[in-house]
Design a binder for this molecule. Structure first.
Ligand SMILES: NC(=O)c1ccc[n+]([C@@H]2O[C@H](COP(=O)([O-])OP(=O)(O)OC[C@H]3O[C@@H](n4cnc5c(N)ncnc54)[C@H](OP(=O)(O)O)[C@@H]3O)[C@@H](O)[C@H]2O)c1
Length: 231
């Protein structure tokens, strides 16, 4: 990450996931990176969106190590124990909608509120992993109601926060980032292993794309190859 200062500090939230772990490994291998902290549901401190109490403890630990130059939020869910992407309106269930929105939208939104003030004011990058299927303009196939809507709402949170951040942290860049299809537990039931890329390759591409972004790019929806996506 040549655009960040030597000895830059990086934070990965969701470091237990396929993409999050790949990000953390690549940043650890970057000699210019001074510190990589990868947090997840079982780390110390923990980041678990199902337990609102632990976000405050994580925030306290992050505050003591600020400023952060690179923050990647790599959490998210598409399916789970009682959650399956819906093909039809008739399949919508309140409990599943709540779970997906808590994980993909509410948790990352609260986390942004805690982490954004800790960004370096001169030069910093904050990327929240979203998904192209969360694009309203690009939705041609339908289906996957909860996942699509939770990512569209996440995109609005990112866009809105970028406007607020511009005033306090003019050197910060906040984007919604689409990783492309990547082999992971999240994509596996949807042919992810067949059509997805290796997480290490995806993380390398995304770091390269992020490195090229400047403050004017803040508030964008960016794909892994640097292309802009429609909201
Ligand atoms: N893979 C793809 O093809 C693809 C495509 C487009 C977008 N994305 C996005 O990329 C991101 C990473 O996905 P991935 O493929 O790496 O999936 P993954 O391997 O399943 O990783 C998901 C991560 O989110 C964490 N997580 C899930 N629920 C959580 C909760 N309630 N609180 C805190 N953390 C929670 C998981 O923690 P645990 O390890 O504890 O479960 C894990 O660290 C997601 O936002 C996803 O929507 C992925």
């Amino acid at each position: 990450m040549t655009s960040l200062p030597d000895g830059y500090q990086a934070l990965v939230i969701g470091g237990s996931g396929a993409i999050g772990a790949a990000f953390a490994a690549q940043l650890q291998a970057d000699p210019r990176c001074g510190r990589v902290l990868a947090l997840h549901r079982h780390s110390q401190p923990a980041v678990d969106y199902d337990r609102a109490d632990n976000l405050a403890a994580a925030a306290e630990a992050l505050r003591s190590q600020a400023p952060w130059h690179l923050v990647i939020v790599a959490t998210g869910m598409l399916h789970g124990a009682a959650v399956a992407p819906e093909k039809r309106l008739a399949e919508l269930k309140l409990a599943a909608l709540e779970t997906v929105f808590r994980t993909n939208t509410f948790g990352p939104a609260l986390l942004l509120g805690l982490v954004a003030p800790l960004l370096d004011r001169q030069r910093s990058l904050l990327a929240v992993l979203s998904a192209k299927v969360g694009s309203i303009g690009d939705n041609r196939l339908g289906g996957w109601y909860a996942y699509r809507a939770s990512k569209a709402a996440l995109n609005m949170i990112v866009k809105t926060a970028s406007i607020e951040l511009q005033r306090t942290h003019p050197g910060a860049v906040l984007v919604a980032l689409h990783p492309g299809t990547v082999r992971s537990g999240l994509s596996r039931p949807f042919r992810g292993d067949q059509i997805g890329r290796d997480p290490a390759q995806a993380a390398a591409q995304m770091l390269q794309a992020l490195d090229a972004l400047g403050p004017d790019d803040s508030g964008s929806f960016v794909a892994y190859d640097g292309q802009r996506l429609p909201w």
